[in-house]
Design a protein around this ligand. Structure first.
Ligand code: 5GP
Length: 164
C-alpha cells in the first residue's frame, strides 16, 4: 500500500519527551543511552537530554538497502563498543523503529553478558517485530517517513546556472 505514517519534526519533539517520560515513570534510570545508527541517533540524543544521561553511545548496524529491501541479516559495523567497566550498567537501547526487530535483537544480543541490564525504547513498533520493546511511543504497520530521511541528501549547488 502507498499509505505512509508521517513523523514531522514537531511530532518527533513530542515523541521524544513522551518516550523519556515512560522510562522515567517506570523508574528505569539508565547509565547509558545506546543509539542504533543512523535511525536512532536523533531520538538517542533527545532521550539523553530528557533523561539527563550524559553517557550516549552509538552502534552502526546495516540492514536496510531501501524501502522494505533488506540484507539477509543485520551487520554490526566497526567500531563496536567494548563496554569496559559497564558490567553493572543499565543500558537503554534506542532506535527509530522496530520493524522486523532484527536490528534491535542483534544489538540486544551483542550487549548480553557484557552489561548489567538492557531495555529498549523506540518511537514506533510494528506488530510483527520479533522484539517487544519496553517503551514504545506509537504502533503502526505502515511504512514510516522520518523527517531526517524523507528528503534526498543535499548536493553541491551549481551556481553557474542563472535563476533569472
Ligand atoms: P528492523 O531491523 O527492525 O526491521 O529495522 C530496523 C531499521 O530499518 C530501522 O531502524 C530503520 O532505520 C529501518 N526501517 C524499518 N522500517 C522502516 C520504516 O517503516 N520506515 C523507515 N524510514 N525506515 C524503516
Amino acid at each position: 500500500s502507498e499509505e505512509r505514517e508521517i513523523l514531522t519534526w514537531d511530532k518527533f519533539g513530542e515523541a521524544s519527551r513522551a518516550l523519556a517520560q515512560m522510562v522515567a515513570d517506570d523508574g528505569y534510570e539508565p547509565d547509558m543511552v545506546l543509539s542504533i545508527a543512523r535511525g536512532g541517533l536523533l531520538i538517542g540524543g533527545a532521550m539523553g537530554y530528557a533523561l539527563s544521561v550524559k553517557n550516549t553511545y552509538t552502534m552502526n548496524v546495516e540492514f536496510y538497502t531501501g524501502v522494505d529491501e533488506r540484507l539477509e541479516v543485520p551487520r554490526i559495523l566497526p567500531p563496536a563498543p567494548d563496554f569496559v567497566d559497564l558490567h553493572d550498567a543499565k543500558i537503554l537501547i534506542v532506535d527509530d523503529v522496530a520493524d522486523t526487530g532484527h536490528t534491535l535483537k542483534s544489538v540486544e544480543e551483542f550487549c548480553e553478558g557484557k552489561v548489567g541490564e538492557v531495555r529498549t525504547a523506540v518511537i514506533y513498533e510494528k506488530s510483527h517485530s520479533v522484539v517487544k520493546c519496553d517503551y514504545v511511543w506509537k504502533r503502526t504497520d505502515l511504512w514510516i517517513n522520518f523527517p531526517w530521511s524523507d528528503q534526498p541528501p543535499v548536493t553541491k549547488r551549481d551556481w553557474s546556472v542563472a535563476d533569472a
